[in-house]
Write a protein that binds this ligand. Structure first.
Ligand SMILES: Nc1ncnc2c1ncn2[C@@H]1O[C@H](COP(=O)(O)OP(=O)(O)OP(=O)(O)O)[C@@H](O)[C@H]1O
Ligand SMILES: [Mg+2]
Length: 235
């Protein structure tokens, strides 16, 4: 079995906006192995979210290929992609995307719907995850009653709900204080080391980035050759 979790080949994404075209990504060649812990850095507008969306099968590239476990997702129908996302990928959105009408525990339960778990099992798992991200006292709160850092942690708990093989997190620590930031990074490091979860995070924070195993840099939609080793080791 191949050890490659995600691969892009000459991948590009052009957005059409009015009469204009925005080349958000071009010629991205990237190979992510199972069990990798990668951080992506780059200036605002360099294409980090676009890249994460494509890697997470939330968006399709306009050029080139994206292979998830060896399968080119550009050829997969949306219905099947939805299934793949639900079971294989945990996504933490830059803007959290929590459901405002659901409280914290219900938000975390959402991705477990239709996976065969009973109501009790689903509740137990959601509560465990909220405890793990330090929100045991906030389970009944709706998103608008939570701070940005707390919403971010609900989004992280939700992403982990189905124990995904791949976790993609956009600015995962952006709203967290120093202590919580390190705790979340430790949690991701532990998942990576103990369960070989493949993790890709986007961050502006050099300290956070260096806690991954490998740091990639995006500039103007291109991966630049400069690549750094982080401090995390799992192999
Ligand atoms: N839906 C869209 N339609 C048109 N242009 C878009 C769209 N989404 C992003 N862009 C453009 O594509 C480029 C890359 O955007 P992207 O959101 O990927 O950047 P980013 O690196 O995540 O930035 P930030 O650090 O601010 O989150 C930008 O120039 C942006 O304006
Ligand atoms: Mg972004």
């Amino acid at each position: 079995m191949s050890n490659v979790a995600l691969k892009t080949e000459k991948m590009g994404r052009v957005y059409k906006l009015g009469g204009r075209q925005v080349q958000a990504l071009s010629d991205v060649n990237l190979e992510i192995e199972k069990g990798d812990f990668i951080s992506i850095m780059g200036p605002s507008g360099s294409g980090k979210t676009t890249l994460l969306n494509v890697l997470g099968c939330l968006d399709k590239p306009t050029h080139g290929k994206v292979l998830l476990d060896g399968v080119d997702i550009t050829n997969v129908a949306e219905r099947n992609l939805h299934k793949t996302r639900k079971h294989k990928i945990g996504f933490v959105f830059q803007t959290f995307n929590l459901m405002p009408w659901l409280n914290a525990v219900e938000n975390v339960e959402l991705p477990m719907e239709g996976t065969g778990k009973t109501k009790e099992e689903t509740r137990k798992r959601a509560v465990e995850l909220l405890n793990m991200v330090g929100l045991s006292e906030r389970k009944e709160h709706r998103p608008q009653k939570l701070s940005a850092g707390e919403q971010q942690r609900v989004a992280i708990a939700r992403a982990l709900a189905n124990n995904p093989a791949i976790v993609l997190a956009d600015e995962v620590t952006g709203n967290l204080d120093g202590k919580t930031k390190l705790e979340i990074m430790k949690l991701l490091g532990k998942l990576n080391a103990e369960q070989e979860t493949t993790i890709v995070i986007v961050t502006h924070d050099g300290q956070v980035a260096s806690m991954a195993g490998r740091i990639l840099f995006l500039s103007d939609g291109k991966l630049i050759a400069k690549e750094k080793q982080g401090t995390h080791q799992n192999k």
